[in-house]
Write a protein that binds this ligand. Structure first.
Ligand code: ATP
Ligand code: MG
Length: 396
């Protein structure tokens, strides 16, 4: 069974926007499988894949693609859908064919919502002792039998003047003075088994599974030491996490995302979901002459109603982290497909009390110049898949 490892960085196909430009791209590369690696992100609404190859110290982008999962479960493109492993594998096979993927090895992401992450306070002992202690300690944090989960951990480098800051951790233990903090990750075995079925059915050789937040952090965050709030605007949910010195310090899940935005728009303008989804992606918050003044206003209002809720959650997280740890988080990194909403950065800059950055994971890769604009535009949705492929490249 491939090892589940966690990581901190310091150490009907998407036909959507790829189309012709992707075809040019593919013929420019004719990817070779040898030395090429994959990052595969199975999100709630779509699966993304990225194929990279190392060349002279850089990560060369060989191909990439996205496929909406909705149609495999008889729901609209852009909607979140729960599919059995066989259906997901079918979608991946279609995606790999369409995107001309030639590699078969790489990493696959696990949804944050399917994982349990906690910080343990342990005495300072060696690696072997940790292996014995952690499964015993884990029982205090995991509400199901430890035999039903796969565990992994990572020793957090010491930082004497800081308190442990994980949401779930209440009070620092007196052990801390001579102890160590260990970031513990648990994933239910059934969840892993499902992903293994997906991989086997799709003919993939998965070398590691990684919780999506660690992958996105690797591809999209700078190496500064100031805390950053990463906001992943997904389809059904928005995930927020504060990363400081490469360590995920606090997490927060909001049950609202891009799908809700489309639904509100559809309801408000009496459109089908499909039309609302298209208008959201094409027009977003930017006025367009294709609509009358009244319609423009109503579109903006509908999109903002979801965004306002998400932004107020962002403010709440920033405030509570600031108060609890006496630290100002002044940088917000927006990622996930929802971060491609036209006009989002400008609006966020006005509404939030922080610097705003839109994730640009492909900036860590080398790609033909004619693709740079499109990669920048669709980049936020690929943060997880690029991060997975980058990790696999580093391991070679
Ligand atoms: N250009 C765009 N403008 C606005 N929204 C967009 C754009 N492209 C994609 N989205 C929205 O992003 C959402 C999907 O984002 P993403 O692909 O990151 O989610 P996911 O990975 O499938 O879901 P999750 O991360 O919650 O599992 C959808 O709601 C989709 O409508
Ligand atoms: Mg996602």
């Amino acid at each position: 069974m491939p090892k589940l490892v966690i990581w901190a960085w310091y150490n009907f196909i998407m036909a959507f926007s790829l189309g012709d430009i992707a075809r040019q791209f593919r013929s420019a590369f004719k990817g070779k499988a040898e030395g090429s690696v994959l990052g595969i992100d199975i999100g709630a609404s779509s699966a993304k894949i990225v194929q990279l190859r190392a060349s002279r110290g850089t990560a060369v982008l060989e191909t990439y693609g996205e496929i909406a999962l909705g149609p495999y479960g008889a729901v609209a493109i852009g909607k979140a859908v729960k599919l059995p492993p066989e259906k997901i594998a079918e979608a991946l096979i279609d995606l790999m064919r369409e995107a001309n993927v030639t590699a078969r090895e790489g990493g696959l992401s696990i949804p944050f919502s399917a994982s349990l992450v906690s910080v343990l306070d342990l005495p300072k002992v060696d690696e072997d002792a940790l292996k014995r202690i952690i499964p015993i300690e884990a029982r205090k944090y995991i509400p199901i039998p430890v035999s039903e989960v796969t565990l992994d951990w990572f020793v957090i480098p010491p930082d004497s003047d800081e308190k442990s800051a994980f949401d779930q951790v209440e009070e620092p233990s007196p052990l801390r003075a001579k102890g160590q903090e260990v970031l513990l990750v648990a994933i239910h075995n059934d969840v892993l088994k499902n992903y293994q079925t997906v991989a086997t059915t799709a003919g993939l050789n998965i070398n590691f599974y990684e919780i999506e937040i660690f992958s996105a952090t690797r591809s999209s965050m700078g190496h500064g030491i100031a805390p950053v709030l990463v906001v992943d605007l997904g389809a059904a949910t928005t995930k927020m996490y504060i990363v400081e010195k490469g360590v995920v310090r606090l997490t927060h899940l909001v049950t609202s995302g891009g799908q809700h935005m489309t639904e509100t728009l559809a309801r408000s303008l009496s459109w089908e979901f499909e039309k609302a989804e298209r208008v959201k992606r094409e027009r977003g918050l930017v006025e367009s002459s294709a609509y009358g003044a009244d319609e423009n206003e109503r579109i903006k209002e509908a999109l903002l109603s979801t965004l306002t809720r998400v932004f107020s959650e962002i403010d709440r997280v920033l405030l509570s982290y600031g108060q609890r740890y006496n630290k100002n988080v002044s940088h917000v990194l927006l990622t996930g497909g929802g971060a491609s909403l036209p006009g989002l950065a400008e609006h966020a800059k006005q509404s939030l009390h922080a610097d705003i950055e839109i994730a640009d994971p492909f900036a860590r890769t080398e790609a033909p110049a004619f693709l740079l604009d499109v990669l920048k535009q669709i980049g936020p949705g690929f943060a997880v898949s690029v991060g997975l492929a980058l990790r696999k490249l580093k391991q070679r």
